[in-house]
Design a protein around this ligand. Structure first.
Ligand code: ASP
Length: 292
């Protein structure tokens, strides 16, 4: 993790915790932390989001709280800096859970959410891949997989997420992403899918996922971890079981942030690293690259 990223995680932990210490709802703590990461441009979310193969950044986010099981999400949002706020507005201002595409964008603009300028050019390799869209699918997908592995090794920009426990004992989870490296226009991963990218239930805990979305969706990982918590497993064990399933059953890799209503937490991943941190308000926030 680069130093500015470390500092941003630190700042996000402090901002989220400060709100909770003043009695804010867990969802507000999660949103505040994620907004800082979205606006930093240092992660794969908001201002730093990856672009799809046509050069357009389409952003996904979701948020959920475990009291009334209120949840909101947006997928394929364009030109909005804070998708996490759009997701929270879906949860609080509509009776819906998920808005997509131009309609999600229009909804965010209606609430005057800050715009994100669409700038920058695609790398030559990405431009070549786009022209490969004319090739047979098998060739394209092989090229996409090779390129994705290469980019993963080179870049350190990760999806962002947060979980929180507030003073009233409510847990919440959120996540925000620009998706994976090399994806077809219109691709949506786990992040805006409740039960896949996030889940929260005051009877068990809150979970936010990162990693290869297609594998996370196929296991419905966030709900799987919450179900394991509800069965009495510890956060560490619940994560181990479900991340193990992601690895063994669908050859995927993922990471999870977990907090329970009684204040236990875990950060675990099967990806090579996962920049993350935690803070309970005592001492200094802990921020690391690896948690296993
Ligand atoms: N899970 C995200 C997605 O597949 C990407 C990530 O977490 O890095 O869209």
């Amino acid at each position: 993790m680069r130093r500015p990223q470390r500092e941003c995680l630190h700042e996000a932990l402090v901002a989220g915790h400060d709100l909770l210490a003043r009695g804010a709802h867990a969802m507000e703590g999660v949103e505040a932390a994620i907004r800082l990461m979205e606006q930093s441009g240092l992660f794969n979310a908001g201002a730093g989001a990856r672009r799809q193969l046509d050069g357009v950044a389409r952003l996904d986010a979701s948020i959920m709280e475990g009291g009334a099981l209120t949840a909101g999400a947006v997928a394929s949002l364009e030109g909005i800096l804070h998708p996490i706020t759009a997701a929270r507005l879906v949860a609080l201002e509509t009776g819906h859970v998920l808005l997509v595409g131009p309609y999600a964008t229009r909804f965010a603009r209606h609430f005057k959410l800050k715009r994100l300028p669409q700038t920058g050019r695609l790398s030559r390799r990405k431009a070549e891949l786009i022209s490969a869209l004319g090739l047979k699918n098998a060739t394209l997908f092989r090229a996409m997989t090779r390129e994705r592995v290469r980019l993963r090794e080179r870049h350190g920009r990760e999806t962002v997420g947060a979980v929180a426990l507030d003073r009233a004992g409510t847990v919440a989870a959120g996540a925000s992403t620009g998706g994976i490296d090399i994806m077809l226009p219109g691709r949506v991963g786990d992040t805006p899918l409740i039960g896949c990218g996030v889940y929260a239930d005051n009877r068990a805990g809150a979970v936010s996922m990162t990693g290869w979305g297609e594998s996370i969706v196929r296991i419905a990982a966030a709900k799987g971890i919450v179900a394991a918590l509800a069965d009495g497993r510890s956060p560490n064990m619940a994560a181990r079981v479900i991340l193990g399933a992601v690895e063994r059953r669908v050859c995927g890799a993922a990471g999870a942030l977990i907090v329970t209503p009684n204040g236990h937490m875990a950060i675990r991943h099967t990806t090579p690293h996962m920049s993350a941190g935690y803070w309970s308000g005592r001492g200094a926030p802990v921020v690391r690259d690896r948690f296993r």
